[in-house]
Design a protein around this ligand. Structure first.
Ligand code: NAD
Ligand code: ZN
Ligand code: ZN
Length: 348
């Protein structure tokens, strides 16, 4: 088969590799019908994630068709169309049993395109198939649910639910990339009074408006603190969601929150950020962090089939499965190409 293989910082190739085989009886082999690229894949290609070794197949999001199942797989059957989540769930460790599979101790968690071969390939081996895949809802197409593999549960769980968004809240979302837009999408389900999207790129702020932000602020030109203060009688945001992953955006999210407010960090950080405890100790704030667990996937699937969430609207560019070079290029130049999510699909 062919797959997108990582060969060290800056190097990747769509090349011939052996087709994956079942190695544990809880595995399934899934034919990848549709996949996408994540900002995290760009981090890996930059060499920011050194645990990823030369020869690793990239990718951690897919919708596909089950080709083969191990003897221990009970509910997933050959021919089923499934969502392959970025988080694998062993189902028996302490964290999985508490709904926190992102921290799985039994060989799951985020493993695709990281610790094991990923989904940017014609076929992928999916461990713990019964607990790590989701059946395609009747009548749905691949593109309707592909964003549930990573960004939608991430924005919803790590941003909206960790931040405890409630009706009437003023919610500040720092960063309007696909993950920030997912947080906006999820926050709207709770009827906040205002969602304020903050980004340095106007193209991303235009997208934020379309995804339901009430107010957009380009923090290169405008002070978001003043905007939030004017909405909240000078108090600050009830919830500030950080969806960038640099010190400035975390520090901004803390600065924007009101006393008693909640700050939900989603961004993957590569360097230390400053928490001004000398100012914050008295302000009763709550800060949360997290890797997505994907426990909300069944809920999000119902919201998609019930038309409360349009997961397809993130898709801005479409490619054939062998066009990874083009797709990565368009995705990496998002400011120029206005890409949100790029999708690659096998020929029908
Ligand atoms: N915690 C998790 O489980 C998890 C899962 C997936 C992704 N992530 C992380 O979420 C973050 C966002 O992902 P994405 O795919 O949306 O990334 P992205 O790079 O597409 O979007 C980030 C946005 O932040 C904006 N930005 C940069 N600096 C800023 C600043 N100082 N102030 C305001 N805006 C700024 C950029 O213009 C861009 O639009 C990344 O760090 C990613 O690794 C975390
Ligand atoms: Zn991802
Ligand atoms: Zn586990």
């Amino acid at each position: 088969m062919r797959a997108l293989v990582y060969h060290g910082p800056g190097a990747k190739a769509w090349e011939d590799v052996p087709k994956p085989a079942i190695t544990a009886d809880t595995d399934a082999i899934v034919r990848v019908d549709t996949t996408t690229i994540c900002g995290t894949d760009l981090h890996i290609l930059k060499g920011d994630v050194p645990i990823v070794s030369d020869g690793r197949i990239l990718g951690h999001e897919a919708v596909g068709t089950v080709e083969e199942v191990g003897g221990g797989v009970r509910t997933v059957k050959v021919g089923d169309r499934v969502l392959v989540s970025c988080v694998s769930v062993c189902g028996s460790c302490r964290y999985c049993r508490e709904g926190h599979a992102g921290q799985c101790l039994g060989g799951g968690g985020w493993i695709f395109g990281y610790k094991i071969d990923g989904t940017q390939a014609e076929y992928v081996r999916v461990p713990f198939a019964d607990t790590s895949t989701y059946a395609m809802p009747p009548g749905a197409e691949d593109e309707d649910i592909l964003m549930l593999a990573d960004i939608l549960p991430t924005g919803y769980e790590v941003g909206v639910l960790n931040g405890g968004v409630r009706p009437g809240d003023v919610v500040a979302v720092v960063g309007s990339g696909p993950v920030g837009l997912s947080a906006i999408t999820g926050a709207r389900l709770f009827s906040p009074s205002h969602i304020v999207a903050i980004d340095l790129a106007d193209s991303r702020l235009e997208a934020a408006k379309q995804f339901g932000a009430d107010i957009t602020v380009n923090n290169a030109r405008q002070n978001p603190g003043e905007v939030i203060a004017s909405l909240t009688g000078g108090l600050g945001a009830d919830v500030a969601i950080e969806a960038v992953g640099v010190p400035a955006s975390f520090e901004l999210a803390v600065a924007l929150s009101r006393p008693g407010g909640r700050i939900a960090n989603i961004g993957v950080h590569g360097e230390p950020a400053t928490l001004h405890l000398e100012e914050q100790w008295i302000r009763n704030i709550t800060i949360t962090t997290g890797l997505v667990d994907a426990y909300s996937t069944p809920t999000l699937l119902r919201l998609v089939t019930g038309h409360q969430i349009d997961a397809k609207r993130f898709i801005t560019h479409r490619f054939a499965l062998d066009e990874f070079d083009k797709a990565y290029d368009v995705f990496a130049r998002a400011a120029e190409t206005r890409a949100l999510k790029v999708v690659l699909s096998r020929a029908p």
